[in-house]
Structures are given as C-alpha cells and as structure tokens.
Design a protein around this ligand. Structure first.
Ligand code: SF4
Length: 226
C-alpha cells in the first residue's frame, strides 16, 4: 500500500528544511474519502493550493520552469490520472498531458467511455525537470504533499498511474510497469484503488503494447464501477 512519502523521502525533506503537510490531524497523509470537507471550504482549499504551487520554490526545478503545471479537470472526478512530470509542451502550456501523448491519453479515456473533462489529470511533479530527465528523489519528496492534497480534495474512486515514474513514486515500488500492471494496488489509509498502465508517450514508441494498455483500462473501469 502506498503512502507517497516513505521514510527516506521524509528524511530528505527534513534535510532540505521542508515542512511536510499533514492531512487534517493525521500522522500520515490520509487522503481519506470518508472525511467530508464542507463544500464552501473546498473552493478555498483549491485556490490556496493552486496559489501555493504557482509560487513554489521548494526545489531547484522552480529555477528552470516556464510555469508550474498544477493539474486540470473535474475536481469531483471519479478517475484521477497521474503522470510523471511536465514535458516541454506542458511547461509551455501549463497543462498536463498535452501534445501527442495527451491526444493518445484522450483516446484511451474515450475507449472506456470517458471524456478528458470527466477526469482529473495531475503529475507527481508540478515543474519540468530540464531535458525531461527523471525526477530526483528530493524533488519528488518536496512536491509530494501538493499531490496528496489534490487526491484528498478530489477523493477519486480510482487512480490510474501512467508510466513507471508515476507508479513507482505513488506506490513506493521499484518494479517496472510490466510487473505493477494487472494488479489493483491501494494508496493511503483510505485504500484508494490504483491501477498502473503504460505512459502514452511509451505507447507511441511501442504500439504493440497498446493491447496491454487496453486491458489495464478495462481493469480500471471495472474497479471504478465496483
Ligand atoms: Fe515546488 Fe514541486 Fe515545482 Fe519543486 S517541482 S518547485 S516542489 S512545485
């Protein structure tokens, strides 16, 4: 079961002097869907979170970003789509999953009866790593509580983790996607179901894997509907 921030990441954050946001009095980030936030407070919490991210300087990536990429979509979505980090297009446009990979993601969602506007899309990191390198452990740790707070506000029925970086960091795993897919994982104390699939950018390079991605989406559909 993933808790997003593991002990090593907590250690890194402490070393970087970064406070860890703790969900509503919990000892760990709970993302508990049973804890209802009054409606009038939700907009305020979203606004505050988005402003915090826009001005964030917690890690070095703030120095090279064009803008932060907060997340986009339906804030009451049943499905949350989680990717890795902004690429060049995302950094330029301020929205996750744009460009060719974004179009393929839209197609994948449409295949299971969802429009892009039905889901909420976010990344592990809100700023682009230069040259699209993998996110560093310190960067993931620094950015983690923004995502945890998004998950807690949305309270999705399902998280679809697309690609290795998203899946490994969310689930605190080091296995490749091929080993993590096909299983229903859980996130946080609320045990939000997590299904792992390939990143659409990878599917563009390896179209033979689309069949497996389709099977992952069908699994996600069953889980979200159950
Ligand atoms: Fe802040 Fe996250 Fe951007 Fe780092 S990647 S500067 S932690 S918003």
């Amino acid at each position: 079961m993933g808790h997003f921030l593991n002990a090593e990441q907590h250690r890194i954050l402490q070393a970087m002097d970064i406070p860890v946001w703790v969900a509503r009095g919990a000892e760990e980030n709970s993302a508990d869907p049973d804890q209802n936030i009054p409606d009038q407070n939700i907009d305020t919490l979203w606004d505050r979170l988005e402003r915090e991210v826009a001005g964030c300087t917690r890690c070095q990536l703030h120095q090279t970003r064009t803008q932060t990429v907060f997340g986009v979509g339906n804030q009451t979505a049943q499905w949350m789509i989680l990717g890795e980090a902004p690429g060049a297009d995302e950094d330029r446009q301020g929205e996750p999953f744009v460009g060719r990979a974004g179009l393929l993601l839209n197609e994948m969602l449409r295949a299971v009866g969802l429009a892009r506007s039905d889901v909420y899309i976010a990344n592990i990191l809100k700023c682009r790593p230069p040259g699209n390198r993998d996110p560093g452990a310190g960067e993931v740790a620094a950015c983690a509580d923004y995502l945890t707070r998004q998950i807690e506000l949305i309270r999705p029925r399902l998280i679809l983790a697309v690609g290795r970086i998203a899946a490994q960091n969310l689930l605190d795993e080091d296995q490749p996607v091929g080993k993590l897919r096909g299983i229903v994982h859980e996130f946080g104390s609320a045990k939000i179901p997590v299904v792992v699939t390939y990143h659409p950018a990878y599917l563009l390079r390896s179209p033979a894997q689309k069949r497996k991605a389709w099977s992952d989406l069908c699994l996600a559909r069953r889980v979200a509907d159950s």
